[in-house]
Design a protein. Structure first.
Lengths: 765, 156
């Protein structure tokens, strides 16, 4: 590598931080347009029903009500509406937009979960809209409901979607080797069922968007969606308009974590805007956000692992049932990730994995940071520890043995060793009081940067870099900044390539009318993919400027370099031109420098390992996470502060997933019982343990300055590491999330609990 | 039912008519255009809507606009002086304590009140003072560090 980096690798302050610190930043709810109306939704209070009729007379009569749309009349008013994929993958189907069982409908005639919208109203103010929405009376003919996957799979279960037999939405199967024979020959076989929960993103900004109709045709959507270009395609198709007539603009995103990777309020806001001809703001209450936006799939994983005498997992049989909720959305892809994670973190030679996705009459589950990774890790990492315990090998050794023989795993092995090095020493000293024993647990995972290697999936980022005559730059990209700071990192990449200060760079807002296609902020791809595009675009600009400078300086472009705001001849520093002078001259010569870059087809694998130190109160079952060490390979930290922020934030969410979080649905009605911040338990500052983020850099040649994806590994492992630590502390396996005091206590006191201890209890790590 | 309220907002006098049932948060955001104060839950749990009323932290989503009559109110827009960020605001920026930023105004208000009452808080005191603010992005680590860094400089 040539000269040391000036901007990449520095802890530059986030470009939007001052605006956020002063309240100047604008979220969707801060947007006010002329003649704007406010929307509100009437939602179903039963889990499964046909909409027979909708009485809107009383709602309509309220002064200030401008429009009411319902399941009964929406197509009369707006014309025929296509079924749509909330995840906006529908244009990627083998036949684009081919209707698929499990697609959603805008105010459809059948409701499939408690909370599904039945009517939408627009009024002059929010309070009036809410009042009117509450006065809409739906005549629903209830249908039998299947509220959980077991019920949905029975022979007599109601068909939630036509043509989907026994509600099996899709299934992913992976077979390799001969699992039957391998299990037969295994030294030890461990069987266990693991159950995970519906975790909610619970981002602080409640779902909100504004849709502004175009007087000619089409509309503009102002929303914190994570994939504006995809949202554009799906919305255009839904309303039967050309994509060029739909514009999606990001407002500042107040947290996302996958919630914004699906359409939420946009379709209903757009419908109201089209009907009224006026801008409409549709804002969800916090309860609506809990119920009406997608959550993490709860999974039941029946795992059977065969281990050899070294603790190596030689055979894995896994049957995983995922609860999709009422519509398909992201489910097929997440199922594939669950299967993939179970198979590929370790080289398991014999596998028989089935992941079934089941429709139920419950809120839709979809994208949440980790995307199946946490569910797979909770099961697999505990299975490995159980096997290790049975054969008498320590958990770290069992993993070392599995990771050692494949050279591709070296980064994962490095992460594992780094985490093991940070285990408390000596182990005995951390035992704690006898009634509050301490324990240590580890877990590790591989992950990827984006999905460019996934067949049938779009993973694209383009960027334009525009160098202005005054030496300042616009980076034009549709990379969404969810709060991650990716825009700042992209500015750092651009500044590095062009030899400019960060202060000269501005990164655009995301606007589908102006920014090149980007497939979205998910799959830990933004910095990696948009970074590749920005690096390429900036390099293109640099080459154009050098070619022009070569003419002016009468030199060969290969002898020129960008440095200190000037272009100079290498080795002859007196032959240079200041950039402002050069650019000004260029304008008169007919040059306006804009470069274009596209991310190439590439993948950059990453890895992470966690170590959790817990204290278990044997009397109450309460688990205190004392410390969580997260080692993660990020390739290169373009900005160490941002990278640490991603790891710390993800780990924090992962700890919540482990011990306190989970939506609770009423068994009989399907109503979400804890759809508020009061009852859905997020960890506060007081609850949050010490999180040690350890950044490992193994640069990837395909990444911008070697950088790889960062956002997700941190949330994948904490529950697994904590569960393994609980076993170490208290000799119990907690196989269900969240690992609340009640659950732990029940496990501790269960008279018939399976034996957890092996004869000789080795040191933990 | 309409009521007139007079109060000081970030050092300047305000006099306006408000509805009897109008929340102070909505008054600030919609009537007075101060959208820096944001609403995360409208039920007093998340702390995003925190403001200072007569120096004390208050949930503006649990206050009626009519209740601030005669009070001195400070919102996030009032923390910077003459365009210069307060020591706390600058510290949040420098320490990477701001990700999506939605919880930031509420956190800044809580931290401002803390440092005004207790200029040299311990880490535990900082954590306790922030325990009423939910943040989903940062895991709180850099937020606590930012408050510590601001506390150990001379001014707030």
């Amino acid at each position: 590598m040539a000269s040391p980096l000036r901007v990449v690798g520095t802890r530059a302050a986030k470009l939007d931080a001052p605006a956020k610190a002063t309240g100047a930043i604008r979220y969707a709810d801060d947007l006010v347009l002329p003649r704007m109306l406010h929307g509100a939704l009437t939602r179903s209070d039963v889990a499964h029903a046909d909409v027979v009729a909708v009485d809107v007379d009383e709602a309509r009569s309220i002064p200030g009500i401008v429009a009411v749309l319902s399941s009964a009349d929406v197509e009369d008013v707006l014309g025929s509406l296509a079924p749509y994929d909330p995840a906006c993958h529908d244009f990627e189907r083998s036949r684009p937009f081919e209707p698929t069982a499990g697609d959603a409908r805008l105010l459809g005639r059948r409701v499939r979960y408690v909370g599904e919208p039945i009517a939408a109203v627009a009024a002059e103010d929010a309070a009036t809209a809410r009042c009117a929405a509450d006065l809409v009376v739906a005549d629903l003919a209830p249908l039998p409901a299947a509220l959980d996957p077991a019920a949905a799979r029975t022979a007599h279960a109601p068909a939630i979607h036509d043509g989907v037999e026994r509600n099996l939405a899709t299934s992913v199967a992976r077979r390799e080797g001969d699992p039957d024979a391998a299990l037969e020959a295994a030294t030890v076989v461990v069987r266990r069922r693991f159950v995970t929960s519906r975790q909610k993103q619970a981002q602080l900004e409640p779902t909100c968007c504004v849709v502004d109709p175009d007087p000619q045709d089409g509309f503009t959507v102002y929303s914190p969606v994570q994939a504006p270009h995809r949202a554009r395609f799906t919305l255009a198709h839904l309303f039967g308009v050309d994509a060029s007539r739909v514009r999606v603009v990001n407002t500042a995103i107040g947290g996302a974590f996958g919630k914004g990777d699906a359409l939420t309020a946009e379709p209903h806001a757009a419908a109201l805007a089209l009907v009224t001809g006026r801008p409409v703001k549709l804002r969800y209450s916090r309860n609506e956000d809990f119920v009406g936006t997608e959550a993490r799939h709860p999974c039941v994983a029946d795992m059977t692992g065969g281990f050899d005498a070294d603790g190596r997992l030689v055979a894995l049989r896994a049957h995983v049932t995922m609860d999709a909720g009422a519509y398909l959305s992201h489910s097929p892809r997440i199922a594939a990730v669950v299967a993939g994670q179970l198979m590929t973190v370790y080289r398991i030679p014999n596998v028989d994995i089935t992941v079934d996705v089941v429709f139920t009459n419950s809120p839709v589950n979809g994208a949440f940071r980790g995307y199946g990774g946490p569910q797979a890790a909770f099961s697999l990492e505990q299975l490995i520890d159980l096997g290790a315990r049975e054969v008498g090998v320590n958990p770290a050794d069992a993993r070392r043995v599995m990771l050692a023989d494949d050279p591709d795993r070296t980064t994962l092995l490095r992460c594992l060793e780094a985490v093991v090095q940070r285990a408390p020493r000596p182990a005995r000293e951390t035992e704690g009081a006898p009634e509050r024993p301490h324990g240590v647990g580890i877990a590790c995972t591989r992950w990827k940067s984006g999905i460019a290697d996934k067949p049938g999936a779009v993973d694209q980022s383009g960027a334009i870099v525009h160098l202005h005559a005054d030496g300042t730059v616009d980076v034009i990209t549709a990379a969404c900044d969810l709060g991650t700071g990716v825009k700042t990192a992209l500015a750092q990449v651009c500044a590095e390539v062009l030899g400019l200060d960060l202060g000269s760079i501005r990164v655009s807002d995301v606007d589908t009318a102006a920014t090149p296609f980007d497939s979205g902020a998910h799959a830990s791809r933004s910095l990696y993919r948009a970074g590749q595009a920005v690096q390429a675009a900036a390099t293109d600009v640099r080459d154009q400027v050098l070619a022009y400078a070569a003419e002016v300086l009468e030199a060969d472009p290969s002898d020129l370099e960008f440095a200190d705001g000037a272009v100079r001849v290498r080795g002859a520093a007196q032959r240079h031109l200041g950039l402002p002078e050069l650019l000004h001259r260029a304008l008169f010569d007919g040059h306006d420098f804009h470069g274009h870059g596209q991310a190439p087809k590439s993948q950059a694998p990453t890895a992470a390992a966690h170590l959790a130190e817990v204290e278990v109160d044997l009397e109450t079952g309460r688990v205190d996470v004392v410390r969580l060490v997260a080692v993660q390979d990020v390739g290169r930290a373009i900005n160490p502060t941002l990278v640490e922020g991603q790891i710390e934030g993800a780990v924090h969410q992962g700890i919540g997933y482990a011990i306190t979080e989970g939506l609770v649905l009423d068994r009989d009605t399907g109503v979400v019982l804890n759809g508020s911040y009061m009852d859905y338990r997020l960890l506060t500052a007081t609850d949050t343990p010490l999180i040690e983020a350890v950044v490992l850099e193994a640069p990837d040649p395909t990444g911008p300055f070697g950088a790889k994806g960062v956002g997700e590994p941190g949330i994948i492992l904490p529950a697994a590491a904590i569960a393994n630590a609980i076993r170490d502390a208290a000799d119990v396996t907690i196989d269900e999330l969240p690992m609340t005091p009640e659950r732990v206590h029940r496990a501790l006191t269960a008279a018939d609990r399976p034996p957890e201890t092996s004869e000789t209890r080795d040191s933990t790590i | 039912m309409s009521v007139e309220v007079s109060f000081t907002l970030n050092g300047a006098p305000v006099r306006t008519q408000v509805e009897g049932s109008e929340l102070f948060a909505d008054c600030l955001r919609e009537r007075l255009g101060r959208t820096g104060t944001v609403l995360g839950c409208r039920e007093g749990v998340c702390g995003s809507c925190n403001v200072l009323v007569d120096g004390e932290v208050a949930r503006s989503c649990l206050l009626l606009a009519a209740q601030v009559d005669g009070c001195e109110v400070v919102t996030v827009e009032g923390l910077a002086l003459d365009g210069e960020l307060s020591r706390l605001q600058q510290s949040f920026v420098d320490e990477g304590a701001i990700q999506c930023g939605f919880c930031t105004p509420g956190l800044l208000i809580s931290a401002t009140a803390l440092l005004a009452a207790n200029p040299e808080p311990s880490r535990d005191e900082i954590v306790s003072a922030l325990s009423g603010n939910l943040c989903r992005c940062t895991g709180y680590a850099k937020v606590v560090r930012a408050v510590e860094a601001a506390a150990h400089s001379q001014e707030v």
